[in-house]
Design a protein around this ligand. Structure first.
Ligand code: SER
Length: 316
């Protein structure tokens, strides 16, 4: 039986992925770690430990002691926050990945998952239906670290045969754990503010179209990629995933169908520039061909679930 380690289990992806993996592999076989306390269900459904991914020695002890065979390394500083502390963000994002890759190589880890992002693309990339292989000149620290990370993952695969797998996630939308510090996070905040105050002041312009995905589709895709037969995978840097794409005025219009009084205003900040440098939509045909990614949620279906669940959470 595989023993799985999730690093960043208190985060936006980790808090939901840990539960999904435990449902598949059994609670006791999925070890959750983070530098901060995880949500109640993560702590109660299997082992959880505070662990710093930057501490390579302790991490190695943990992996050996618990006979870990697969690692999901999800800890990272997101795009907006990284622009505020560029060198620290670079250090955290890169060093942690190199720690994991090296640990994987030294300890015969069977499979490693590491998330990349649409942030690997830049202003010189074709913006519409961005292909898997294209110009990549990211202009954010976060994007530079993700692009470098992709190259390292592929390097470890080619040079050492380490089975690394990765997805370029679009903006991820979820109601369980907030991400914090990302450019696409307006599309999460908008739901909370819609439920709380029936209004939202957006930090992007009304036509800032970006690729997005509802968390259940992201979790399904991640597990599908990790379960795929290695011989089917033609990409060892990171797979494009498309999901849905919309702009702030379209999501506002969708919310209005449920909350007619909802009002959106726009006060773009530094994140607008970041959004303009990223794709508006993604071509994910390679992922579809290689391992059959597919999605269940469109904007309407996602909006319905987000408003309902956040309403429940906030007692509205
Ligand atoms: N959602 C991330 C961000 O906005 C992109 O990967 O930073």
């Amino acid at each position: 039986m595989d023993k799985i380690l999730v690093i960043g289990a208190a985060g936006q992806i980790g808090s939901e992925l840990t539960i999904a993996l435990r449902n598949n592999y059994g609670g006791e076989n999925v070890f959750a770690t983070d530098i901060k306390q995880a949500p109640q269900d993560v702590v109660e459904s299997g082992p959880f430990q505070i662990l710093d991914v930057m501490d390579a020695k302790n991490l190695a002890h943990f992996v050996i002691r618990n006979k870990i065979t697969q690692i999901y390394h999800l800890a990272a500083v997101l795009s907006g926050n990284a622009e505020k502390l560029p060198l620290q963000a670079w250090d955290i994002n890169m060093k942690s990945l190199l720690n994991i890759l090296n640990l994987g190589k030294e300890n015969g880890i069977k499979r490693i998952f590491w998330p990349s992002s649409i942030a690997v693309f830049g202003p010189t990339t074709p913006r519409v239906s961005t292909p898997q292989l294209t110009v990549m000149e990211p202009t954010t620290v976060y994007g530079i670290s993700k692009l470098a990370g992709e190259r390292w993952c592929e390097y470890y695969w080619k040079k050492y045969g380490l089975d690394t797998r990765s997805i370029r996630y679009p903006g991820l939308i979820s109601y369980k754990t907030e991400a914090g510090g990302g450019t696409t996070d307006y599309a999460v905040e908008i739901f909370y503010d819609a439920v709380k105050t029936k209004s939202y002041d957006c930090f992007l312009k009304d036509d800032a179209r970006l690729p997005m995905m509802f968390m259940p589709d992201a979790i399904d895709s991640t597990i599908k990629l990790m379960d795929a037969d290695a011989s089917k995978l033609t990409i060892r840097s990171s797979y494009n995933l498309g999901g849905i794409d919309f702009d702030p005025k379209e999501i506002a219009a969708e919310i209005k169908k449920h909350i007619p009084e909802f009002k959106i205003t726009y006060t773009p900040d530094f994140r607008q520039k970041i959004a303009e440098s990223w794709p508006a939509s993604i071509d994910d045909s390679v992922a579809k061909n290689d391992w059959g990614c597919k999605y269940e949620y469109d904007l309407a279906k996602m909006t319905e679930v987000m408003l309902r669940e956040i309403g429940k959470k906030l007692g509205k």
